[in-house]
Design a protein around this ligand. Sequence first.
Ligand code: IMP
Ligand code: MG
Length: 173
Amino acid sequence: MATTTVLISEADIQHRIKTLAAEIEKDYPASEEIHLVAVLKGGFMFMADLVRAMSDRVTMDFMAVSSYAKGTTSSGQVRVLKDLDSNLEGRHIIVVEDIVDTGLTLHYLQDLLKARRPKSMKTACLLSKPARRKVDVQVDYIGFTIEDRFVVGYGLDYAEKYRNLPYIAVLDQ
Ligand code: IMP
Ligand code: MG
């Protein structure tokens, strides 16, 4: 197994998430519920830490998607592997993603979820690689903006490995 070099430390991630959680809390009227929708698998760790930094007005659900890859590039076609259990109609929802790269996956998901008539829809992603963007997709809360490098850890994988790292890392050659 390759070794990894830390790009964003565990302490920096935890600190940033607390700031994001506070920002989210103040953006919604105190009496209103917020429903978080994590995109599996990559979004699981971000979701777990984000909701623990939020108040008890939070509810959550999970969906799993896979991109139909054409060669190595994302095609923008997304297959829903596990759909939500919850109804989104009339609720404030926040889509929780690990990383926005080309933006194709998120763009597709936003369209899909918007059709379910939530009261509002925002997106939170831990990481964003703006240099790679192919579609202009709205992301309301961004943990960290990074350069065009392949990263692993904190939910993100390389061939299903390294998701468990508590930090973001790059693989050493
Ligand atoms: P997009 O549709 O190109 O924005 O791709 C989004 C998905 O590609 C993410 O949810 C990740 O699963 C995967 N991905 C993109 N960049 C990376 C990376 O640097 N490391 C691991 N997975 C990545
Ligand atoms: Mg992935």
